[in-house]
Write a protein that binds this ligand. Structure first.
Ligand code: PLP
Length: 396
């Protein structure tokens, strides 16, 4: 009796109303596949929003989980833990950076970038605290990151935002310059490819301008590679495709292989003004998350891995472009590597719902873009299966 009445309760009734969630509830996963409570299988082409880059329960990650889990789960940041040292070394080895700060999420990585940039700038000039970010960007939900997120819908009801934040239209060099010229800036924050708002890539001209301006005016150039970084676009970092490096880079999502882990990678000059106690977090650099991070980074940084992301990404795009031609319902297929967006001519909501009903999980982005972020380990065969379901959902 009790169990049958329990079954009928909508799980939303247990939670604060922050997500638009609906069934199913998942119980397990393997590779690109997820399985729900009823045993129904799904192709996970959202990867928990770009988190499970190696797919679900990757054997190498499960091994690390078991080994590290049996050794050490937490020490305070009064000491070191071996996996965090290994992770910091690897991040530095594989990037432009020479220093690392470890935290637990994307929004925390952005908060740290803002604080580091403002501390450095405060040593240059008392008024050098302004922060520029870009319309439709997404940087997180805590107040610094939220203030940098130039989307009205996320600010409404939560004001006021932090002082000194300014927003430039996307890919408009002249408009960005006019704003930058008007104040003393500590930081410019940009997603090289905007993920949440619909796979919008920054133009090379925009990035080149920002790099030059930031250097000239001693502004910290921050790349938010939380979604587009870590092999997602077919190079280890998205910035590589622009031929410039940022001063600070925020990472999270796939870094911990499914466990919460964020990082700031930066040039030494941008953290020289920091002193112990200026910033910190209890769980930042958690040994278990870092041990997974080490394994993730080792696997995805391999040349052959990156080449396969590029090949499979090009294949996915080609198949979707084929659907664009044959159905006439798609405005454009966007993106690089395995960060792909299908911009629709009409409402995407019923298509995403039909995909789910047919066992394919894809993500909405912005107003009218369906996002494909499959595990970076996805195969051509799995892409074919997903595209077949998508085609059916499009033409239903
Ligand atoms: N920055 C980008 C580009 C993101 O896509 C996200 C999350 O979607 C964030 C920041 C915030 O990350 P988190 O949800 O881990 O705080």
């Amino acid at each position: 009796m009790a169990s049958s009445s329990k079954k009928s309760i909508d799980p939303n009734s247990y939670f604060a109303n922050t997500y638009a969630r609906s069934a199913p509830a998942f119980v397990k996963g393997k590779g690109v596949q997820l399985v729900d409570e009823s045993g129904k299988q799904y192709l996970d082409f959202g990867s928990g929003v770009a988190v499970t880059a190696l797919g679900h329960t990757h054997p190498a990650l499960v091994k690390v989980l078991k080994e590290q889990g049996a050794k050490l789960l937490h020490v305070s940041n009064h000491y070191f833990a071996v996996p965090q040292i290994e992770l910091a070394k690897l991040l530095i080895k594989h990037s432009f950076g020479d220093k690392v700060f470890l935290c637990n999420s994307g929004t925390e990585a952005i908060e740290a970038c803002i604080k580091f940039a403002r501390k450095r700038a405060s040593a240059i000039s008392a008024n050098k605290y302004h922060v520029l970010s870009f319309v439709d960007g997404f940087h997180g939900r805590t107040y610094g990151a939220l203030s940098a997120t130039a989307q009205k819908k996320f600010h409404e009801g939560f004001g006021p935002m932090l002082e000194g934040f300014h927003y430039a239209p996307w890919n408009d060099v002249a408009a960005a310059k006019a704003i930058l010229d008007a104040h003393e800036f500590a930081a410019i924050i940009i997603e090289p490819i905007q993920g949440e708002s619909g796979i919008n890539a920054a133009t090379p001209e925009m990035i080149a301008f920002l790099r030059q301006y930031a250097t000239e005016k001693q502004i910290a150039l921050v790349f938010d590679e939380i979604q587009c970084g870590m092999a997602r676009t077919g190079t280890l970092w998205a910035y590589e495709q622009y031929g410039v490096a940022p001063d600070l880079m925020a990472l999270a999502k796939p870094l911990g292989g499914g466990l919460p882990l964020g990082a700031v990678v930066c040039k030494e000059e941008f953290v020289k003004t920091l002193a112990p106690g200026d910033h910190g977090t209890t769980f930042g650099g958690n040994p278990l998350a870092c041990a997974l991070g080490v394994e993730v980074l080792k696997l995805i940084a391999a040349k052959s891995f990156l080449a396969s992301v590029r090949q499979n990404g090009a294949y996915l795009k080609k198949q979707l472009q084929g659907l664009a031609k044959s159905t006439g319902r798609i405005k454009a297929v966007l993106g690089t590597g395995l960060m792909v967006g299908v911009r629709m001519n009409d409402d995407m909501t019923p298509i995403v719902a039909r995909c789910k009903a047919e066992g394919l999980l894809v993500l909405k982005a912005g107003n009218n873009t369906i996002r494909f972020l499959p595990p970076l380990t996805v195969t051509k065969k799995e892409i074919d299966k997903a595209v077949a379901v998508f085609a059916k959902a499009l033409t239903a």
